[in-house]
Design a protein around this ligand. Structure first.
Ligand code: SF4
Ligand code: SF4
Length: 395
């Protein structure tokens, strides 16, 4: 039983070390050495993993092309599993519930299913969803149905990819935990929270508190920038990060990747969940990622020289959310975006998606799953206007 998953979630008073290692490729021995330098201190902090069972949850969105940057690289998955076995773990499993294909199918497409099997590593799709009991008091959404397989293991490993995300700006370790929610429930969550990104961030923070992965690794050797999380551009940043807290890791790494405010971290701070983090080890010079258009704008945070009354802010709210747009030349009319739209407001017209903006909840599922990367988040005219005003006032 993963008893540590229900440990108190209040931030520790001492800063959490976030280990960084430079790594220029997914080739051995460099990769193995980098994994060891960020994972070993985490393993030592729990007194070792000898005889323990380990669940590895990699981010595996899909596998559309060789070295697809939407996923944790296959060599990271294999070498992380191997490192736990070498450290004495008695059982290692790789599990995930990707939206498009089952996890074993994606591992096979990655070309590592047989290798994992020969190492004695189990692979499976999450399938046992249920509401858990004895949750920390700080959990808001207490009826979350979560893949309960992690309760059968001593330790859970959050193995995430550093990439951009239209709705949450970046996918790092906390966002990777959304994969513990059933596919149908993920759609229901999008529908339930609608355009309220704070509520979505709160739900992710609840997953973090409930699952509480004891080990966290972030694949930043090749990141994804631009139109993430499914269709961005691969970009090399040559690092791996690790920490015993997913939140501390996200806190330490997001500014390095050029993200000044991450919705998950803002909500964690408001809820008094955010731990201090301190960078340790081999800190590489990491250039910022090209981020997607900001998903929403809060007028209260702008520097306009004048305040805008809250009633006016409410009126303008609709126009302060980025909206999906299609690049028609890239669209092949496959209809995947229509199928993935939670409120079913998206239709095809003359073979191209036609957005019903009043009914669109700005979840960007269409953008995430479009196999051609033809849908993008775009700032509204009002957002552009306020950003220009802000730069004038700041200037
Ligand atoms: S999923 Fe992409 S390619 Fe397919 S219809 Fe929608 S926009 Fe076009
Ligand atoms: S059109 Fe796209 S962004 Fe809008 S609700 Fe549908 S899937 Fe979400």
């Amino acid at each position: 039983m993963n008893s540590a998953s229900f440990s108190p979630s209040a931030p520790a008073s001492a800063p959490v070390p976030v280990y960084l290692a430079q790594c220029s490729s997914y080739e051995n021995p460099e990769l193995v050495s980098a994994i060891e330098s960020v994972l070993l201190p985490q393993i030592q902090s729990v007194g070792g993993v000898s005889g323990k069972s380990i669940l590895l949850k990699p981010n595996m969105l899909s596998w559309r092309k060789k070295d697809d940057p939407a996923c944790v690289h296959p060599r990271m998955i294999v070498e992380t599993a191997r490192f736990f076995l070498k450290s004495g773990a008695s059982r290692v499993a790789v599990m995930e519930n990707p939206a498009v294909l089952p996890a074993p199918a994606i591992l096979k497409m990655m070309g590592i299913a047989d290798e994992l099997k020969s190492m004695g590593v189990e692979t499976a799709n999450f399938s046992r969803y249920r509401q858990l009991e004895n949750l920390p008091e700080t959990v808001i959404y207490r009826n979350l149905e979560i893949a309960s397989e992690f309760c059968d293991f001593d330790y859970t490993v959050d193995l995430a990819k550093a990439k951009t995300h239209a709705m949450m700006t970046l996918t790092l370790c906390v966002k990777n935990l959304f994969g513990f929610v059933n596919g149908n429930d993920r759609i229901a969550w999008h529908l339930a929270v609608g355009r309220n990104y704070d509520q979505f961030a709160d739900m992710l923070l609840d997953l973090y508190q409930i699952i509480h992965p004891q080990f966290n690794l972030l694949d930043g050797i090749v990141c994804m920038e631009g139109n993430g999380p499914g269709n961005g551009t691969p970009t090399e940043r040559h690092f791996i990060a690790g920490a015993v807290s997913s939140l501390a890791l996200d806190r330490a790494i997001s500014p390095l990747l050029g993200c000044a405010s991450l919705p998950i971290l803002e909500r964690a701070e408001k809820r008094n969940l955010l731990p201090e983090a301190i960078l340790c080890g081999d800190t590489p010079d990491i250039a910022p990622l090209t981020l997607p258009d900001e998903p929403s704008m809060e007028l209260s945070k702008l520097h306009l020289g004048v305040g805008i009354p809250s009633f006016a802010q409410k009126l303008m709210h609709e126009h302060l959310l980025a909206r999906p747009v299609v690049e028609v030349n890239q669209c092949v009319g496959c209809g995947v975006c229509v199928k993935m739209c939670p409120p079913k407001t998206l239709k095809l017209k003359d073979g191209k998606p036609c957005f019903d903006l009043p009914g669109c909840i700005r979840c960007f599922c269409c953008q995430e799953y479009c196999p051609q990367g033809a849908i993008y988040p775009r700032k509204t005219l009002l957002m552009k206007f306020f950003r220009s005003m802000e730069s004038i006032f700041r200037g």
